[in-house]
Design a protein around this ligand. Structure first.
Ligand code: FAD
Length: 447
């Protein structure tokens, strides 16, 4: 790779969704980029990897738009999900639109396809080099020195870069190396719930077996099933449940009786044999949430995406927030003329608290999805949000809308929800007082 004057040599550890996107942005700015990816080239193999589809929303779309990939992923290969479709135990359905005022929807996209499109796009830049089967094993983050294991040959290889970007996912090695440093805080939380992935085939007419424009949810209090539509009219979903529930589902009989009791409509759609086959194919997967600070080391290293803020998947924001990291990094590159000494501290300042906030929101949304969505108080609140958002759309922005359809800072999204809660509580209190003041004289006269 030839050096270009005034441009930096940047090593990206991890060629997943966020790493591949980062390569496109950096190459567009003329930097020399080398991606080091642990796995072999997914474009050459058939492996599915984790979760087959993902919900793409505004933050992610904005990043894809900036590198000219929004249309191919959203318009041509995305499946619009306009709201949640709630399934109760009796098979009754209730649709709750994500945005009944402006009509926005989120898009189900195939994870593997998205990664392939991003790798192809990165590779089109002559200044991008993709190295697969390279596992980062050690790094001197201040000096920009990195050591990899070549998993094809078993040899270790050294490399140097002006900037190291850790986009190596939830179990990031770059983050672990950062954690050896003083003043680096990191908290990891495994929730006590795991997930198993299941799919629903298309119907006999090769069409969707349920509404193809919804994210389907079967909320059951402590656990839930979800399902997202795919381009080929199938659905892929997950059973999210506490591990002690999975412990009870070790036999075919236990599994079928669990699905007969809690998800009878879904059992009919998947079919007994397919359910048993898919469910026992893999052990339930764990879910981790990571909050750390700062995201950078001096002017030579930074972590992005899940490496910086892995979160539970219930707000469907992991990838979207990771893509937004790259947008923010790019905005800072523009503002500070690619001066990493200024960019990286500013990046930490802007993104750390934001990352912590979306991790909290994602945890909260699990309770909402598996439990609150069936409660009358929750639906009443949604109704009030809708009315107020229709009347004063620039003032009353519902939490879900702010997270999915704007680029409002996640901490601000939480603050918005908190003052809205306060306003509603006060209004209800006032309404009750007025009602009491008006009705007491009538009651007295009547007595
Ligand atoms: C069940 C589930 C559903 C989800 N649904 C959604 C959703 O609907 N919407 C959404 O926005 N997000 C969703 N997410 C989150 C999303 O998957 C992640 O946020 C996203 O994949 C993060 O991308 P990343 O590139 O940071 O990390 P990853 O996708 O994990 O990529 C990291 C890459 O780094 C490589 N790597 C790891 N270690 C090394 C090493 N030592 N050396 C070199 N390379 C290495 C890995 O092989 C991998 O390719 C979901 C997650 C799960 C688990």
């Amino acid at each position: 790779m030839t050096e270009v004057e005034g441009k930096s040599c940047i090593a990206i550890v991890g060629g997943g969704l966020v790493g591949a996107l980062a390569a496109c942005f950096l190459a567009k700015r003329g930097h020399q980029v080398v991606i080091y990816e642990y796995r072999s080239d997914i474009r050459m193999e058939k492996s599915r990897g984790q979760s087959i589809n993902l919900a793409l929303s505004f933050r992610g779309r904005e990043a894809l738009k900036a590198i000219g990939l929004e249309n191919i992923l959203v318009k041509y290969h995305g499946t619009c999900m306009r709201g949640r479709m709630l399934h109760d135990k009796d098979g009754n359905l209730k649709e709750v639109l994500y945005d009944s005022v402006k009509g926005n929807c989120i898009y189900s996209v195939n994870r593997r396809y998205l990664n392939v499109v991003l790798l192809d796009a990165a590779e089109k830049y002559p200044q991008v080099q993709l190295n697969f089967n390279r596992k980062l094993v050690e790094a001197d983050l201040e000096k920009g020195k990195i050591k990899f294991l070549n998993t094809n040959t078993g040899a270790t290889e050294d490399a140097e870069a002006d900037l190291i970007i850790g986009a190596d996912g939830a179990h990031s090695t770059v983050r672990k190396i950062m954690a050896r440093r003083p003043l680096f805080n990191c908290a990891q939380t495994y929730i006590e719930h795991g997930y198993v992935e299941l799919s629903v085939a298309c119907n006999e007419h090769n069409k969707f077996a349920m509404s193809g424009n919804n994210l389907h949810i079967w909320p059951r209090g402590e656990f839930m099933m979800t399902s997202l539509p795919n381009e080929d009219c199938t659905f892929t979903g997950n059973l999210f449940a506490p591990f002690y529930v999975f412990e009870k589902l070790k036999t075919r009989e236990a599994l079928l009786s669990f699905y007969t009791e809690h998800f009878p409509d879904l059992l009919r759609l998947i079919g007994e044999e397919k359910l048993v086959e898919q469910f026992f194919e893999k052990e339930p997967q764990t879910l981790i949430s990571i909050k750390c600070k700062p995201y950078h080391v001096g002017k030579t290293a930074v972590i992005v995406g899940d490496a910086a803020h892995a979160m539970v998947p219930f707000y469907a924001q992991g990838m979207n927030a990771g893509f937004e990291d790259i947008l923010v990094l790019d905005e800072l590159m523009e503002r500070y003329d690619s001066n990493f000494a200024k960019i990286l501290p500013k990046f930490s300042e802007l993104r750390c608290d934001n990352g912590h906030a979306i991790c909290d929101l994602a945890m909260y949304n699990y309770t909402e999805m598996r439990d609150l969505v069936m409660k009358k108080s929750f639906l009443f609140r949604k109704f009030l949000d809708k009315v107020l958002f229709t009347l004063v759309p620039n003032f009353w922005i519902p939490l879900y809308f702010a997270v999915q359809f704007t680029r409002m800072n996640f901490r601000e999204c939480i603050a918005h929800k908190e003052w809205q809660d306060k306003v509603l509580r006060m209004s209800l209190y006032l309404a009750f007082l007025i009602f009491a003041v008006l009705t007491i004289p009538f009651l007295r006269n009547g007595m």
